[in-house]
Design a protein around this ligand. Structure first.
Ligand SMILES: Cc1cc2nc3c(=O)[nH]c(=O)nc-3n(C[C@H](O)[C@H](O)[C@H](O)COP(=O)(O)OP(=O)(O)OC[C@H]3O[C@@H](n4cnc5c(N)ncnc54)[C@H](O)[C@@H]3O)c2cc1C
Length: 454
């Protein structure tokens, strides 16, 4: 990193170039601050660039156009309920109160699509599909135009203190100093087997996923200064990805929210398929072979949304990862299950969907209790074999609503801020679709503003 001498002093240093980091760097540069964005990998993006692009937002123009009457209060209540009382309500209230900054950024990047749906944790359609790469590119261009210095291939490996105040970072042999503060936006630890074994050993066998650089570096660096942690014990993998998925393009499918059932490798249902895909992720890790098939019929296949992450069965079929057959019995043979077992499971599920019989586990809706169940009766029939992937780790550093990092005793570590997936406290026990990207964008901006406020 060519940063020696005068070039190594900045008003602020942002560590990690995903959505939170790029947002922070752009906001700082546009407000006239000198800022360095330090990225470990050769290119920016992290998990953000791989993500589905769903943002949880309330009161948007798209909701109004669709006649959806959402409000900040309902959004907040849904997040609190989804977190089962473990999330930090002050952080959630700040997220809702400041979501206008995210909406404005998506407006400026012209990155909206018309896709709006109800998804995990929501009582109302609130998941907005955003062209995430367009948003990231727009923010990066804005940062560079305003003078931000971006250093790729430069992992930060230590935080520097002056007394008890954070004054900079080390990266390799380089020392970068920051007058106003350092913002950690290094993402989660989904790629660190060591940290998963330490914090959530029951999840450690999930398929490693997320940004390849996301090994918990920011968490460790802040931890060494006494930072507290939040939500770590609730970290959970996400169900719905093929075991052969590449690093660059995720293959998450939640056909279960469209009417598919989930069966294990002995052909049995074992969970309420309408639950959050994080809860499903844990349930699948406890099944034989740690996998489950999404089984559906032609009616469910027909509601595939090409190009829409989580609902794109066409793409999965193109990749050769969807198995089909004219009957349930033949489908069972093709995927190595007993025909009798799968036929029995589908028959009993269909009786439950028609309001007859009690098939355990009980399911009352398609997603989150919403949407009428439909029997699986119309061939051809399909199976998508999927595992639990550790896409993201929604536990991390303790912060205040202004993104200042807090020690174990709640006191501030002066000069240190954190935003995005490296932070805990937002999700508690479970996860509402789209809140990770919203929080990365909202609090990336807020971290920059906190430094600017001084
Ligand atoms: C497949 C997939 C789909 C997803 N879909 C959604 C979705 O639709 N909606 C949603 O809300 N969430 C989704 N998520 C989660 C969401 O993408 C992430 O939580 C969010 O993007 C995190 O943003 P971030 O800026 O905090 O971190 P990231 O985007 O991961 O960026 C962190 C960056 O920090 C860098 N870094 C790490 N260590 C260092 C270091 N020592 N020095 C310098 N740089 C470092 C990393 O290389 C990386 O570039 C998904 C995640 C995955 C993997």
């Amino acid at each position: 990193m060519a940063t020696r001498g005068r070039g190594s002093r900045f008003d602020a240093i942002v560590v990690g170039g995903g959505l939170a980091g790029i947002a922070a760097a752009s906001r700082l540069a546009e407000s006239g601050r000198t800022v360095a964005l330090i990225e470990k990998r050769e290119r920016l993006g992290g998990s953000s660039a791989m993500s589905g692009g769903w943002f949880a937002l309330s009161g948007t123009a798209l909701q109004r156009r669709g006649g959806i009457d959402d409000s900040d209060a309902v959004f907040l209540a849904d997040m609190i309920r989804t977190g089962a009382g473990f999330a930090d309500e002050k952080l959630l209230a700040a997220l809702v109160a400041q979501q206008a900054s995210a909406i404005a950024a998506i407006d400026r990047a012209n990155a909206w699509t018309d896709e709006l749906k109800v998804s995990a944790g929501m009582t109302i359609p609130r998941a907005h599909l955003v062209r995430i790469r367009q948003l990231l590119d727009h923010l990066e261009r804005a940062a560079v135009r305003a003078g931000a210095r971006i250093f790729t291939g430069s992992p930060a490996d230590g935080i520097v203190l002056e007394g008890t105040r954070v004054s900079g970072i080390r990266s390799g042999g380089d020392l970068l100093t920051a007058e106003g503060g350092v913002i950690l936006t290094t993402g989660g630890f989904s790629r660190s087997r060591e940290l998963l074994d330490l914090f959530v050993p029951d999840q450690a066998d999930a398929m490693p996923y997320g940004g390849v650089g996301n090994t918990g570096d920011g968490l460790r660096m802040a931890w060494m200064l006494g930072a507290g942690l939040a939500d770590i014990g609730h970290v959970s993998g996400t169900y719905g990805q093929h075991a052969d998925t590449s690093d660059d393009e995720h293959e998450l499918l939640t056909a279960n929210y469209l009417g598919a059932i989930m069966v294990n490798s002995v052909g049995e249902r074992f969970t309420d398929e309408s639950e959050s895909y994080k809860i499903l992720g844990s349930a699948v890790l406890n099944q034989p072979g740690r996998m489950a098939f999404q089984i559906f019929d032609a009616r469910v296949r027909a509601v595939s949304r090409p190009g829409v992450p989580l609902s794109d069965m066409d793409r999965i079929e193109e990749l050769g990862h969807l198995v089909s057959a004219p009957t349930i019995a033949e489908l069972a043979q093709r995927i190595g299950l007993s025909s009798e077992a799968l036929e029995g499971t589908v028959r009993r599920y269909n009786e439950m969907a028609a309001g007859r019989g009690e098939h355990e586990p009980i399911r009352t809706g398609l997603v989150n209790g919403i949407g009428a169940l439909t029997p699986l009766m119309t061939g051809p029939f399909y199976a998508y074999p999927a595992v639990t992937a550790m896409t993201s780790t929604y536990g991390g550093l303790s912060v205040g609503p202004d993104t200042s990092v807090r020690r174990v005793d709640g006191s501030r570590i002066e000069g240190l801020y954190a935003a995005g997936e490296v932070v805990g406290g937002f999700h508690g026990a479970s996860y509402m679709t789209g809140t990770a990207l919203t929080k990365a964008l909202v609090f990336g901006f807020e971290a920059a503003d906190a430094i600017a406020r001084g």
